[in-house]
Design a protein around this ligand. Structure first.
Ligand SMILES: NC(=O)c1ccc[n+]([C@@H]2O[C@H](COP(=O)([O-])OP(=O)(O)OC[C@H]3O[C@@H](n4cnc5c(N)ncnc54)[C@H](O)[C@@H]3O)[C@@H](O)[C@H]2O)c1
Length: 544
């Protein structure tokens, strides 16, 4: 019942229209509206251009009702040989590079154009938004936002834009006939691993970057949501992508790990937890780009303005998608002027309007209810700590117990206590759910706030909320987060496709979304020095 309510929060397209769209487009193999225990979906692996089942399937529970509704291949390590063979067959020079098969740059410009056109159709947009909602429940607005950002990315790389990604440069040489040129070269066989929280956007943007630059990726998406990536691949094939350009491995992460150990991809992009990131960094001997944990902070300066807007942005940043964004606001440093102005009460009021019925709060896929409430209790042992709002389980639902369900929660911890070594680790632990830590600072305490930022280990997104240019510049000058928003409208979440998104301060840090991110993650620099002569006379040759 809840599932129906949540998913029905946007106007439903008439069923006949959806069916017509499905018939016309001829690529989708599931109907997100109809997925249920009596009508389960079945996923398939893709290897060397062919869709294949695995020996066993895993029955995934509907995150809102617990009913099994999707059978996904549970590929085991003794079934990975075809994936290893497929990746090993790829040369280091890739499927294309600036000197080989350049027509494929144009092919991918064309594929991107067609995918964008498909995604512009209301029924296709709705298809992906609802499929996302079924496996990673979030409000319709959030799911639709994910689809639209993805579509805009495809729009950005239509036409000649893929070819321009591989743009190089030349420098004059030392003598006639010599020039040097820098080229963007692919790695060839590569791996791409993505988590559950953005089932369409993260796989789509990183996958295309890999393909655009001439690599052949082995894609693995968290098994609980990989049905979305499979449907995306079917759409890509429909729009002209050669079927053998990508392999898709459904199954446990450990099977992907085993495949990588055997196939030895020449580069890997991993998005997910810090635990798995560090493991892969060791296993790949450092040949990995990382988008890992996000413990994201927001510092509010002394200048209070636009209280309603700023409170709304805080609520969005901390609790949209039930806090399951790597960019979610994990810690808020509010200047006492904001606290006096009533910011925290407004945030509490906004959080109280979130409800399961429209999925503005919903299941948490990687933290249980007990773990989140246990973490709150741990924080409450810190002197002066208190619950500002939330801190209780959601009630009246059928979310299976493997998933978490808590109210949007904020725990206040005094700044001086948060900084103590015995508390700092707990205070700065990323809870991947609707959970944030709030603290307050006063005039003269900015060095303590900046000390907290200096001691944190992850530097993904950050926000400096102020229109005081000197204050903003001081905070920016003394922090490193890779995606930092500054100004009274600063946020931590909602990265669109028009700017770089990724961590900083770690040489393994990856990026997503922009031409620079694609070039950095999915290609390497190759310098070619041409030296065709004329050759100087023998009399001019001196030994050195
Ligand atoms: N920095 C970013 O851009 C970004 C974006 C989204 C999520 N995240 C982070 O992801 C985390 C949430 O996701 P999670 O906890 O489900 O991540 P996770 O690390 O458990 O899983 C991520 C992916 O890794 C795979 N995996 C697991 N073990 C593996 C192994 N041994 N070898 C190869 N692959 C393996 C999983 O199947 C999944 O596809 C949060 O910490 C969040 O901040 C980061």
């Amino acid at each position: 019942m809840l599932a129906r309510q949540g998913l029905g929060s946007a106007p439903l397209l008439a069923q006949p229209l959806l069916q017509l769209a499905r018939r016309l487009s001829q690529w989708a193999t599931v109907d997100p509206q109809k997925l249920s225990a009596s009508n389960p979906a079945a996923c398939l692996n893709l290897v060397a251009g062919s869709w294949q089942p695995s020996r066993e399937s895993r029955q995934l529970p509907d995150p809102l009702t617990g009913e099994p509704f999707i059978a996904v291949p549970h590929t085991q390590p003794d079934e990975i040989a075809p994936f290893v063979k497929s990746l090993k067959a790829v040369p280091k020079t890739g499927l294309h590079n600036p000197l080989k098969n350049p027509g494929r740059y144009l092919l991918y410009g064309d594929v991107s154009f067609k995918v964008a056109a498909e995604m512009r159709k209301p029924e296709v947009e709705d298809f992906f938004a609802r499929l996302i909602q079924r496996v990673a429940p979030k409000s319709y607005a959030q799911a639709l936002g994910e689809v639209r950002v993805t579509r805009k990315f495809y729009e950005n790389f239509g036409g000649d834009q893929v070819r321009f990604l591989a743009r190089g440069f030349t420098n004059p040489g030392d003598h006639p006939g010599q020039t040097s040129s820098g080229n963007r070269w692919p790695y060839g066989p590569v791996a791409l691993i993505t988590p559950f929280n953005f089932p369409l956007e993260i796989p789509a943007l990183q996958l295309m970057g890999a393909l655009y630059m001439g690599n052949k990726p082995l894609l693995h998406v968290d098994q609980r949501v990989s049905i979305v990536a499979e449907q995306l691949l079917r759409l890509l094939q429909h729009c002209g992508m050669p079927a053998a350009d990508v392999d898709l491995l459904h199954g446990p992460g450990t099977t992907m790990g085993a495949t990588m150990r055997e196939a030895q991809p020449r580069s890997t992009l991993f998005t997910g937890s810090q635990r798995v990131a560090e493991r892969l960094a060791l296993e790949t001997h450092g040949k990995v780009f990382l988008e890992d944990a996000g413990f994201d902070w927001k510092i509010m300066g002394p200048d209070v303005a636009h209280l309603d807007y700023v409170a709304w942005q805080c609520d969005q940043d901390a609790y949209a998608c039930s806090g399951q964004k790597c960019s979610a606001q994990s810690m808020l440093f509010a200047h006492s002027n904001w606290v006096k102005a009533g910011l925290l009460e407004r945030m509490a009021a906004l959080a109280s309007t979130r409800k399961l019925a429209d999925l503005t709060v919903g299941p948490v896929l990687s933290w249980s209810t007990e773990a989140m409430l246990g973490h709150a209790q741990r924080l409450l042992k810190i002197p002066g700590a208190k619950i500002l709002f939330g801190g209780k389980p959601l009630t009246g639902h059928s979310i299976p117990s493997v998933y978490g369900a808590v109210q949007p929660t904020a725990v206040f911890v005094p700044l001086a206590e948060a900084l103590k070594p015995e508390h700092f680790e707990a205070v700065t632990t990323e809870v991947f759910g609707p959970f944030q830590v709030v603290t307050e600072w006063s005039d003269g305490q900015l060095p303590l706030v900046l000390e907290a930022c200096e001691r944190m280990t992850n530097h993904l997104t950050a926000a400096v909320v102020s229109n005081d240019i000197n204050f903003v510049q001081h905070v920016l000058a003394n922090t490193v987060n890779g995606t930092t928003y500054a100004g009274i409208r600063a946020r931590t979440t909602g990265a669109p496709q028009n700017h770089w998104f990724g961590p900083a301060g770690d040489p393994r840090g990856a990026g997503i979304g922009t031409p620079e991110a694609i070039r950095m993650v999915w290609s390497c620099h190759r310098e070619v020095i041409t030296d065709f002569g004329p050759v100087p006379p023998s009399s001019a040759l001196a030994q050195s």
